[in-house]
Design a protein around this ligand. Structure first.
Ligand code: F6P
Length: 538
């Protein structure tokens, strides 16, 4: 595949960056009072302010040449039309079909969605009975990665919409503490487990699922008690049957749904149980609205494309290697972790679709936490560190819990941090501030250099009127498509994840070494030495 770095657009951007490196964003704002309106747009009920980026109209026009240099339009249509674009696994990529209201698009999608939503409603309305005849009160989703992060994040984000009395729990880690701390509070007679696993081979999930099954059977003291308390969501129904799940309790999805793109499928069962069928359909519709926008908006008015291009401008041309996600909304606390897998497992790649090593960097390191908490943890580095981290601020204009001054203060802090990253504080400003506070000139001269904030750190602000099922669906789809656009421009396959296989293989080799000290001699001295410590202390 031809390297995007050889394209005319990339070459022009390389040259242009040398100019832009000398430009301060605060000057761009001072020179153009219309900057905010020029570099902001609405789509699918989301508002994006991207004016705090190191761009001029020339920059933006050059960036908007990249998609055509990579024929992005054809790649988009190839994805939506179900072509085999996940080439290393020979699969289509059709998570967008899961939220397509055109019911004829894939009948198996509609059938499974309706079955899943009907079950969710039955559970919510006490119609699903356990082995003792009691209704379900608690649902435990057992899964990891895409079989956990999406359902957990969405369930928490939409907590205000969780009418009903079912309590949702998420167990993912193979560390026994995770399932132990969950089960110790629960009544087996009223607890339902969703075993969520696309492959139904994931070690952590199967270990937790077996523990859950044993817990049920131990407590129930009746044969097959667990049958009524186990649901499987998987692309491998026969493996779920072998595990002992009743056929009618197995909800399938398909190999053309990537794990980190699967929350729209029956992997979203926990979400549907939490918020109900109607709100789950609103969630799907919000994502579909973003799909529509993505497929039809011109590049320079296309929100996922703009986010993708700005990310490339920041990481490939300004060499910013991380990207921080700052949701100023406590219900979105799990969003950074979800976006980590979506972005880093999709684009954390080093070769292109042909297997040739790339000559440019790919996915940045995604990290972050809720605002305002991050301000008291890592914003010092964001503002005065030697490494810059472009930021995405995400903020609802309306709180789900409008108490006193809280939301106004949250919003003020969100805007202040975005402004601080952009405009910083010069030494002259710092000195003047200290002098105005009555500090002696000599002391002020000594302290001022420590108070300088270089600024010029690019950041986007995404506003939404309120986080609802629909706007959350649109927000997630926005990031899915941003990741797809970046992967396409870099020339990589965002939909496989071969990198995770080695760890799984090595763990399988080490396990016998932890069960039999003789077998532990076959490893490098570090692994052998650490295994020895394990034997000495277990
Ligand atoms: O992290 C590797 C991975 O395969 C992810 O892509 C996936 O979401 C996760 O493990 C869980 O896989 P499964 O849903 O098959 O259990």
């Amino acid at each position: 595949m031809n390297k995007i770095t050889q394209s005319a657009a990339w070459q022009k951007l390389n040259k242009h960056q040398q100019q832009m490196a000398k430009v301060a964003m605060r000057d761009l704002f001072n020179d153009d009072p219309e900057r905010f309106s020029k570099y902001s747009l609405e789509a699918a009920d989301l508002f994006l302010d991207y004016s705090k980026n190191r761009i001029t109209q020339e920059t933006f026009d050059l960036l908007c040449e990249l998609p055509d240099n990579r024929d992005l339009a054809s790649h988009i249509e190839a994805m939506f039309s179900g072509q085999i674009i996940n080439t290393t696994e020979q699969r289509a990529v059709l998570h967008t079909a899961l939220r397509n209201p055109d019911e004829t698009s894939k009948p198996e999608v509609l059938e499974t969605r309706n079955k899943m939503l009907a079950s969710a409603e039955a559970i919510r309305h006490g119609k699903w009975k356990g082995f003792s005849g009691l209704a379900i009160t608690d649902v435990v989703n057992i899964g990891i990665g895409g079989s956990d992060l999406g359902p957990a994040m969405v369930t928490q984000a939409l907590k205000p919409y969780q009418a009903g009395n079912i309590k949702l729990h998420f167990v993912s880690n193979v560390d026994g503490t995770h399932i132990w701390e969950t089960l110790k509070e629960l009544n087996p007679a009223t607890t339902l487990f969703i075993i969520a696993s696309k492959t139904f081979t994931t070690q952590e999930t199967l270990c937790n699922a077996n523990t859950a099954k044993e817990w049920l059977e131990q407590k129930a003291q009746t044969a097959n008690a667990s049958e009524q308390h186990l649901i499987a969501v998987t692309a491998q129904p026969e493996r779920a049957q072998e595990f002992g799940i009743k056929t009618e309790h197995i909800y399938p999805f398909w190999d053309w749904v990537g794990g980190r793109y699967s929350l729209w499928s029956a992997i979203g069962l926990a979400i549907a149980i939490a918020i109900g069928a109607d709100k789950f359909r609103e969630f799907l519709a919000g994502a579909h609205a973003m799909d529509d926008h993505f497929r039809h908006a011109p590049w320079n008015q296309n929100m996922p494309v703009i986010l993708a291009l700005l990310g490339i401008w920041n990481s490939n041309f300004f060499n910013h290697k991380t990207q921080v996600v700052l949701p100023y909304d406590q219900y979105l606390e799990l969003l950074p972790a979800y976006l980590q897998q979506l972005d880093m497992e999709s684009n954390g790649k080093r070769v292109d679709v042909d297997g040739s090593p790339l000559d440019t960097s790919t996915a940045p390191i995604i990290w972050g936490s809720v605002g305002t908490n991050g301000q008291h943890a890592f914003h010092q580095l964001l503002l005065q560190g030697t490494q810059k981290a472009p930021a995405d601020f995400i903020m609802p204009l309306n709180s789900q819990n409008p108490i006193g001054q809280h939301h106004m203060l949250l919003f003020a802090n969100c805007l202040a941090q975005s402004q601080a990253m952009m405009q910083g504080k010069t030494e002259a400003e710092a000195t003047e501030e200290l002098l105005s506070q009555g500090m002696a000139a000599e002391a002020a001269a000594q302290l001022a250099p420590h108070k300088v904030i270089p600024g010029n750190v690019p950041n986007n602000t995404i506003l939404v009127n309120k986080i609802t099922p629909a706007t959350l669906g649109a927000l997630i789809a926005l990031y899915e498509h941003k990741v797809f656009v970046q992967g396409t421009i870099w020339g990589i396959n965002p939909f496989d994840q071969w990198g995770v296989e080695l760890g799984k293989q090595l763990a399988k080799n080490i396990i016998p070494g932890l069960q039999d000290s003789v077998k532990s001699k076959q490893f490098d001295s570090s692994t052998c030495g650490l295994i020895k410590k394990y034997f000495q202390n277990n």
